[in-house]
Ligand binder design. Structure first.
Ligand code: SF4
Length: 392
Protein backbone atom coordinates (compact mmCIF):
# COMPACT_ATOMS: atom_id res chain seq x y z
CA UNK A 1 0.00 0.00 0.00
CA UNK A 2 1.39 3.41 -0.99
CA UNK A 3 2.96 5.31 1.93
CA UNK A 4 2.74 2.20 4.13
CA UNK A 5 4.83 -0.51 2.46
CA UNK A 6 7.82 1.69 1.77
CA UNK A 7 7.89 2.75 5.43
CA UNK A 8 8.06 -0.89 6.55
CA UNK A 9 11.08 -1.84 4.42
CA UNK A 10 13.33 -4.24 6.40
CA UNK A 11 16.53 -3.24 4.56
CA UNK A 12 16.01 0.43 5.32
CA UNK A 13 15.12 -0.41 8.90
CA UNK A 14 18.40 -2.29 9.23
CA UNK A 15 20.29 0.67 7.83
CA UNK A 16 18.64 3.12 10.25
CA UNK A 17 19.36 0.81 13.17
CA UNK A 18 23.02 0.64 12.09
CA UNK A 19 23.17 4.43 11.98
CA UNK A 20 21.66 4.72 15.45
CA UNK A 21 24.16 2.16 16.79
CA UNK A 22 27.03 4.03 15.16
CA UNK A 23 25.86 7.36 16.62
CA UNK A 24 25.07 6.49 20.22
CA UNK A 25 27.87 6.65 22.80
CA UNK A 26 25.96 6.81 26.08
CA UNK A 27 22.46 6.24 27.54
CA UNK A 28 19.57 8.38 26.36
CA UNK A 29 15.88 8.30 27.32
CA UNK A 30 13.37 9.39 24.67
CA UNK A 31 9.62 9.70 25.12
CA UNK A 32 7.25 8.91 22.28
CA UNK A 33 4.32 11.20 23.00
CA UNK A 34 1.55 9.38 21.18
CA UNK A 35 -0.07 6.06 22.08
CA UNK A 36 -0.29 5.24 18.38
CA UNK A 37 3.50 5.38 18.27
CA UNK A 38 3.69 3.21 21.39
CA UNK A 39 1.58 0.54 19.69
CA UNK A 40 3.76 0.67 16.58
CA UNK A 41 6.93 0.40 18.71
CA UNK A 42 5.67 -2.59 20.68
CA UNK A 43 4.02 -4.30 17.71
CA UNK A 44 7.23 -4.18 15.66
CA UNK A 45 9.59 -4.75 18.58
CA UNK A 46 11.42 -1.50 17.82
CA UNK A 47 12.42 -0.95 21.44
CA UNK A 48 14.03 -4.40 21.45
CA UNK A 49 15.95 -3.73 18.24
CA UNK A 50 17.56 -0.53 19.51
CA UNK A 51 20.99 -0.45 21.15
CA UNK A 52 20.59 -0.81 24.90
CA UNK A 53 21.73 2.78 25.44
CA UNK A 54 18.49 4.07 23.87
CA UNK A 55 15.46 3.74 26.12
CA UNK A 56 11.95 4.55 24.93
CA UNK A 57 9.58 5.91 27.59
CA UNK A 58 5.89 5.69 26.72
CA UNK A 59 4.09 9.02 26.99
CA UNK A 60 0.56 10.12 27.92
CA UNK A 61 -0.66 10.58 24.34
CA UNK A 62 -3.72 8.37 24.59
CA UNK A 63 -6.78 10.63 24.77
CA UNK A 64 -9.06 7.80 25.83
CA UNK A 65 -6.71 6.97 28.71
CA UNK A 66 -6.49 10.52 30.06
CA UNK A 67 -10.21 11.33 29.88
CA UNK A 68 -11.04 12.07 33.53
CA UNK A 69 -13.11 9.54 35.41
CA UNK A 70 -15.71 12.18 36.28
CA UNK A 71 -16.23 12.84 32.54
CA UNK A 72 -16.64 9.08 31.89
CA UNK A 73 -19.16 8.94 34.72
CA UNK A 74 -21.02 11.94 33.25
CA UNK A 75 -21.13 10.11 29.92
CA UNK A 76 -22.61 7.03 31.64
CA UNK A 77 -25.22 9.16 33.35
CA UNK A 78 -26.24 11.01 30.19
CA UNK A 79 -26.26 7.81 28.09
CA UNK A 80 -28.68 6.22 30.58
CA UNK A 81 -31.37 8.82 29.90
CA UNK A 82 -34.27 7.59 27.75
CA UNK A 83 -34.41 10.70 25.56
CA UNK A 84 -30.71 10.41 24.62
CA UNK A 85 -28.91 8.76 21.70
CA UNK A 86 -25.33 8.67 22.97
CA UNK A 87 -22.70 8.46 20.20
CA UNK A 88 -19.05 7.60 20.66
CA UNK A 89 -16.02 6.13 18.96
CA UNK A 90 -15.74 2.42 19.77
CA UNK A 91 -12.72 2.86 22.05
CA UNK A 92 -14.77 4.53 24.74
CA UNK A 93 -17.34 1.77 25.22
CA UNK A 94 -15.17 -0.44 27.41
CA UNK A 95 -13.42 2.33 29.31
CA UNK A 96 -14.25 1.71 32.94
CA UNK A 97 -16.09 4.42 34.83
CA UNK A 98 -17.00 4.05 38.46
CA UNK A 99 -18.48 0.56 38.52
CA UNK A 100 -19.63 0.29 34.90
CA UNK A 101 -18.91 1.25 31.29
CA UNK A 102 -20.90 2.33 28.22
CA UNK A 103 -21.32 -1.31 27.14
CA UNK A 104 -23.08 -1.98 30.44
CA UNK A 105 -25.30 1.06 29.92
CA UNK A 106 -26.14 -0.22 26.45
CA UNK A 107 -26.92 -3.67 27.88
CA UNK A 108 -29.22 -2.04 30.40
CA UNK A 109 -31.23 -0.41 27.61
CA UNK A 110 -29.36 2.83 26.96
CA UNK A 111 -29.25 3.94 23.32
CA UNK A 112 -25.46 3.92 22.89
CA UNK A 113 -24.18 3.91 19.32
CA UNK A 114 -20.70 3.62 17.83
CA UNK A 115 -20.07 6.18 15.09
CA UNK A 116 -17.05 6.82 12.90
CA UNK A 117 -17.31 10.61 12.78
CA UNK A 118 -19.04 13.40 14.72
CA UNK A 119 -20.82 14.18 11.46
CA UNK A 120 -22.49 10.74 11.69
CA UNK A 121 -23.87 11.86 15.05
CA UNK A 122 -25.02 15.13 13.51
CA UNK A 123 -26.84 13.14 10.84
CA UNK A 124 -28.57 11.13 13.56
CA UNK A 125 -29.73 14.40 15.15
CA UNK A 126 -31.26 15.50 11.85
CA UNK A 127 -33.07 12.18 11.45
CA UNK A 128 -34.29 12.01 15.06
CA UNK A 129 -35.68 15.45 15.90
CA UNK A 130 -37.51 14.06 18.92
CA UNK A 131 -34.34 12.71 20.56
CA UNK A 132 -31.29 14.37 22.07
CA UNK A 133 -28.12 13.25 20.28
CA UNK A 134 -24.89 13.57 22.29
CA UNK A 135 -21.43 12.97 20.82
CA UNK A 136 -18.56 12.09 23.14
CA UNK A 137 -15.94 14.54 21.82
CA UNK A 138 -12.60 13.34 23.12
CA UNK A 139 -9.14 13.52 21.64
CA UNK A 140 -6.04 15.57 21.08
CA UNK A 141 -5.64 18.30 18.48
CA UNK A 142 -6.26 15.68 15.80
CA UNK A 143 -9.99 15.17 16.41
CA UNK A 144 -10.77 18.72 17.51
CA UNK A 145 -11.33 20.18 14.00
CA UNK A 146 -13.98 17.61 13.06
CA UNK A 147 -15.71 17.98 16.41
CA UNK A 148 -15.65 21.76 16.04
CA UNK A 149 -17.05 21.41 12.54
CA UNK A 150 -19.96 19.28 13.81
CA UNK A 151 -21.01 21.93 16.33
CA UNK A 152 -20.54 24.68 13.78
CA UNK A 153 -22.81 22.81 11.37
CA UNK A 154 -25.38 22.11 14.09
CA UNK A 155 -25.68 25.82 14.77
CA UNK A 156 -25.84 26.65 11.07
CA UNK A 157 -28.63 24.08 10.57
CA UNK A 158 -30.50 25.20 13.68
CA UNK A 159 -30.28 21.72 15.24
CA UNK A 160 -30.97 22.17 18.93
CA UNK A 161 -31.08 18.45 19.70
CA UNK A 162 -27.31 17.98 19.18
CA UNK A 163 -24.59 18.48 21.77
CA UNK A 164 -21.01 17.47 22.61
CA UNK A 165 -19.63 16.06 25.82
CA UNK A 166 -16.19 17.62 25.42
CA UNK A 167 -12.93 16.24 26.78
CA UNK A 168 -10.21 17.60 24.53
CA UNK A 169 -6.53 17.72 25.45
CA UNK A 170 -3.52 19.58 24.06
CA UNK A 171 -0.02 18.15 23.72
CA UNK A 172 2.35 21.10 24.42
CA UNK A 173 1.12 21.72 28.00
CA UNK A 174 1.51 17.98 28.63
CA UNK A 175 5.16 18.14 27.52
CA UNK A 176 5.67 21.08 29.87
CA UNK A 177 4.10 19.10 32.73
CA UNK A 178 6.26 16.03 32.00
CA UNK A 179 9.46 18.07 31.93
CA UNK A 180 8.69 19.85 35.21
CA UNK A 181 7.56 16.70 37.07
CA UNK A 182 9.86 15.56 39.88
CA UNK A 183 12.21 12.81 38.77
CA UNK A 184 11.62 13.33 35.05
CA UNK A 185 14.11 11.27 33.03
CA UNK A 186 13.04 12.33 29.55
CA UNK A 187 15.88 13.80 27.45
CA UNK A 188 14.14 14.07 24.10
CA UNK A 189 10.69 13.74 22.52
CA UNK A 190 9.25 12.06 19.47
CA UNK A 191 6.34 14.46 18.93
CA UNK A 192 3.05 13.16 17.53
CA UNK A 193 3.07 13.64 13.75
CA UNK A 194 -0.71 13.73 13.32
CA UNK A 195 -1.10 16.42 15.98
CA UNK A 196 1.53 18.53 14.21
CA UNK A 197 -0.20 18.00 10.85
CA UNK A 198 -3.09 20.01 12.34
CA UNK A 199 -1.31 22.45 14.66
CA UNK A 200 2.08 22.80 12.97
CA UNK A 201 5.28 23.08 14.99
CA UNK A 202 5.16 26.68 16.24
CA UNK A 203 4.43 25.70 19.85
CA UNK A 204 7.51 23.47 20.20
CA UNK A 205 10.68 25.60 19.79
CA UNK A 206 10.04 27.39 23.09
CA UNK A 207 9.66 24.04 24.89
CA UNK A 208 12.80 22.62 23.26
CA UNK A 209 14.78 25.72 24.24
CA UNK A 210 13.42 26.02 27.78
CA UNK A 211 13.98 22.36 28.68
CA UNK A 212 16.98 21.81 26.39
CA UNK A 213 15.40 18.75 24.75
CA UNK A 214 15.28 17.80 21.08
CA UNK A 215 11.69 17.50 19.83
CA UNK A 216 11.48 15.47 16.64
CA UNK A 217 8.13 15.40 14.84
CA UNK A 218 7.67 11.71 14.09
CA UNK A 219 5.23 9.52 12.15
CA UNK A 220 3.83 6.11 12.93
CA UNK A 221 5.30 3.49 10.59
CA UNK A 222 8.45 1.63 11.69
CA UNK A 223 10.80 3.64 9.48
CA UNK A 224 9.19 6.89 10.64
CA UNK A 225 9.87 5.97 14.24
CA UNK A 226 13.42 4.77 13.60
CA UNK A 227 14.16 7.98 11.69
CA UNK A 228 12.71 10.05 14.55
CA UNK A 229 14.91 8.18 17.03
CA UNK A 230 17.96 8.55 14.79
CA UNK A 231 17.50 12.32 14.56
CA UNK A 232 16.83 12.71 18.30
CA UNK A 233 19.90 10.65 19.24
CA UNK A 234 22.05 12.59 16.79
CA UNK A 235 20.98 15.88 18.39
CA UNK A 236 21.58 14.57 21.89
CA UNK A 237 25.05 13.31 21.01
CA UNK A 238 25.87 16.74 19.55
CA UNK A 239 24.44 18.62 22.53
CA UNK A 240 21.66 20.15 20.41
CA UNK A 241 18.05 20.76 21.35
CA UNK A 242 15.83 21.96 18.54
CA UNK A 243 12.63 21.06 16.74
CA UNK A 244 13.15 18.81 13.75
CA UNK A 245 10.47 17.56 11.36
CA UNK A 246 11.01 13.89 10.46
CA UNK A 247 7.45 13.57 9.12
CA UNK A 248 7.65 16.07 6.27
CA UNK A 249 5.30 14.10 4.04
CA UNK A 250 2.42 15.03 6.39
CA UNK A 251 3.54 18.00 8.50
CA UNK A 252 4.12 21.59 7.45
CA UNK A 253 5.50 24.16 9.85
CA UNK A 254 2.24 26.10 9.84
CA UNK A 255 0.06 22.98 10.12
CA UNK A 256 -3.45 23.18 8.71
CA UNK A 257 -4.63 26.80 9.06
CA UNK A 258 -8.24 26.02 8.07
CA UNK A 259 -8.48 23.36 10.79
CA UNK A 260 -6.91 25.74 13.33
CA UNK A 261 -9.44 28.44 12.43
CA UNK A 262 -12.30 26.01 13.00
CA UNK A 263 -10.89 25.05 16.43
CA UNK A 264 -10.47 28.73 17.39
CA UNK A 265 -14.01 29.50 16.27
CA UNK A 266 -15.65 26.83 18.43
CA UNK A 267 -13.31 26.08 21.35
CA UNK A 268 -11.35 28.03 23.93
CA UNK A 269 -8.30 26.90 25.91
CA UNK A 270 -9.05 25.70 29.44
CA UNK A 271 -7.33 23.98 32.35
CA UNK A 272 -7.84 20.23 32.26
CA UNK A 273 -7.67 17.29 34.57
CA UNK A 274 -5.84 14.25 33.11
CA UNK A 275 -6.92 10.85 34.39
CA UNK A 276 -4.15 9.35 36.49
CA UNK A 277 -2.01 12.48 36.19
CA UNK A 278 -4.02 15.38 37.61
CA UNK A 279 -4.66 18.98 36.55
CA UNK A 280 -2.47 20.56 33.86
CA UNK A 281 -2.95 24.29 33.19
CA UNK A 282 -4.24 25.27 29.73
CA UNK A 283 -4.08 21.64 28.59
CA UNK A 284 -7.60 21.31 27.21
CA UNK A 285 -10.33 22.89 25.16
CA UNK A 286 -13.92 23.60 26.08
CA UNK A 287 -16.71 25.05 24.00
CA UNK A 288 -16.48 28.83 23.65
CA UNK A 289 -19.30 30.95 25.06
CA UNK A 290 -20.92 31.35 21.64
CA UNK A 291 -21.34 27.54 21.48
CA UNK A 292 -22.05 26.84 25.16
CA UNK A 293 -25.64 25.84 24.29
CA UNK A 294 -24.17 22.75 22.61
CA UNK A 295 -22.32 21.61 25.74
CA UNK A 296 -23.93 18.36 26.94
CA UNK A 297 -22.46 18.82 30.44
CA UNK A 298 -24.54 22.02 30.79
CA UNK A 299 -27.57 20.79 28.89
CA UNK A 300 -28.03 17.72 31.09
CA UNK A 301 -26.90 19.26 34.37
CA UNK A 302 -25.23 16.07 35.62
CA UNK A 303 -24.35 16.62 39.26
CA UNK A 304 -23.61 14.54 42.34
CA UNK A 305 -21.07 12.29 40.64
CA UNK A 306 -18.72 10.44 42.99
CA UNK A 307 -15.77 8.83 41.31
CA UNK A 308 -13.72 5.90 42.53
CA UNK A 309 -10.62 4.51 40.81
CA UNK A 310 -9.54 0.91 41.48
CA UNK A 311 -6.76 1.22 44.04
CA UNK A 312 -4.62 -1.39 42.29
CA UNK A 313 -4.51 0.41 38.91
CA UNK A 314 -1.20 2.21 38.23
CA UNK A 315 -2.28 3.76 34.93
CA UNK A 316 -1.17 7.20 36.09
CA UNK A 317 2.40 5.95 36.47
CA UNK A 318 2.20 4.15 33.12
CA UNK A 319 0.95 7.34 31.44
CA UNK A 320 3.84 9.37 32.86
CA UNK A 321 6.42 6.80 31.80
CA UNK A 322 7.32 6.02 35.41
CA UNK A 323 6.65 2.28 35.09
CA UNK A 324 6.14 -0.19 32.26
CA UNK A 325 2.71 -1.90 32.17
CA UNK A 326 4.21 -5.24 33.19
CA UNK A 327 5.31 -3.68 36.50
CA UNK A 328 1.65 -3.39 37.51
CA UNK A 329 0.61 -6.40 39.64
CA UNK A 330 -2.78 -6.61 37.90
CA UNK A 331 -1.34 -6.70 34.36
CA UNK A 332 -2.52 -9.79 32.48
CA UNK A 333 -4.09 -11.30 35.60
CA UNK A 334 -7.03 -9.38 37.02
CA UNK A 335 -6.62 -6.69 34.34
CA UNK A 336 -6.99 -7.75 30.69
CA UNK A 337 -8.73 -6.16 27.69
CA UNK A 338 -11.78 -8.27 28.60
CA UNK A 339 -11.72 -7.16 32.23
CA UNK A 340 -9.95 -3.79 32.17
CA UNK A 341 -9.31 -1.98 35.43
CA UNK A 342 -7.92 1.10 33.72
CA UNK A 343 -8.37 2.86 30.39
CA UNK A 344 -4.78 2.12 29.36
CA UNK A 345 -5.74 -1.58 29.05
CA UNK A 346 -8.71 -0.96 26.77
CA UNK A 347 -7.83 1.92 24.47
CA UNK A 348 -6.36 1.18 21.04
CA UNK A 349 -3.63 3.67 22.03
CA UNK A 350 -3.13 2.50 25.61
CA UNK A 351 0.30 1.20 26.64
CA UNK A 352 -1.12 -1.63 28.77
CA UNK A 353 -3.22 -2.77 25.81
CA UNK A 354 -0.15 -2.67 23.55
CA UNK A 355 1.89 -4.83 25.93
CA UNK A 356 -0.98 -7.30 26.28
CA UNK A 357 -1.88 -7.42 22.60
CA UNK A 358 1.69 -7.93 21.45
CA UNK A 359 2.50 -10.37 24.23
CA UNK A 360 4.93 -8.46 26.38
CA UNK A 361 3.88 -10.69 29.21
CA UNK A 362 7.06 -11.06 31.25
CA UNK A 363 6.95 -14.78 30.58
CA UNK A 364 3.23 -15.23 31.25
CA UNK A 365 0.98 -16.54 28.49
CA UNK A 366 -1.79 -14.06 27.76
CA UNK A 367 -5.35 -15.16 28.28
CA UNK A 368 -7.46 -15.38 25.18
CA UNK A 369 -8.72 -11.86 24.77
CA UNK A 370 -10.15 -9.57 22.13
CA UNK A 371 -8.01 -6.84 20.67
CA UNK A 372 -8.76 -3.44 22.15
CA UNK A 373 -11.55 -1.82 20.22
CA UNK A 374 -10.42 -0.29 16.97
CA UNK A 375 -7.05 -2.00 17.02
CA UNK A 376 -5.99 -4.25 14.16
CA UNK A 377 -5.07 -7.77 15.19
CA UNK A 378 -1.42 -8.76 15.44
CA UNK A 379 0.10 -8.97 12.01
CA UNK A 380 3.52 -10.07 10.89
CA UNK A 381 6.06 -7.34 11.22
CA UNK A 382 8.33 -6.84 8.25
CA UNK A 383 11.24 -5.63 10.30
CA UNK A 384 14.41 -7.74 10.26
CA UNK A 385 13.19 -11.09 11.54
CA UNK A 386 16.44 -12.37 12.93
CA UNK A 387 16.60 -9.29 15.13
CA UNK A 388 13.02 -9.46 16.32
CA UNK A 389 12.54 -10.66 19.85
CA UNK A 390 9.51 -12.98 19.71
CA UNK A 391 8.05 -12.09 23.07
CA UNK A 392 5.36 -14.03 24.91
S1 SF4 B 1 -2.43 -3.24 33.77
FE1 SF4 B 1 -4.56 -2.59 34.21
S2 SF4 B 1 -4.58 -2.15 36.41
FE2 SF4 B 1 -2.43 -2.13 35.74
S3 SF4 B 1 -1.96 -0.02 35.18
FE3 SF4 B 1 -2.60 -1.04 33.29
S4 SF4 B 1 -4.84 -0.61 33.20
FE4 SF4 B 1 -4.22 -0.20 35.35
Amino acid sequence: MKYIDEFNDPQLARRLLDEIRATVTRPWALMEVCGGQTHSIIRHGIDQLLPEEVELIHGPGCPVCVTPLEVIDKALEIASRPEVIFCSFGDMLRVPGTGRDLFRVKGEGGDVRVVYSPLDALDLARKNPGRQVVFFAIGFETTAPANAMAVHQARRLGLDNFSLLVSHVRVPPAIEAIMTAPGCRVQGFLAAGHVCSVMGTAEYPELAEKHRVPIVVTGFEPLDILEGIRRAVRQLERGEHRVDNAYARAVREQGNPAAQRMIEEVFEVADRNWRGIGPIPASGWRLADAYRAYDAAHRFDVTGIRTEEPAICRAGEVLQGMIKPTECAAFGTTCTPRTPLGATMVSSEGACAAYYLYRRMNGQAPHSAPAPTGTPGPQGSRLPQEEMNPVG
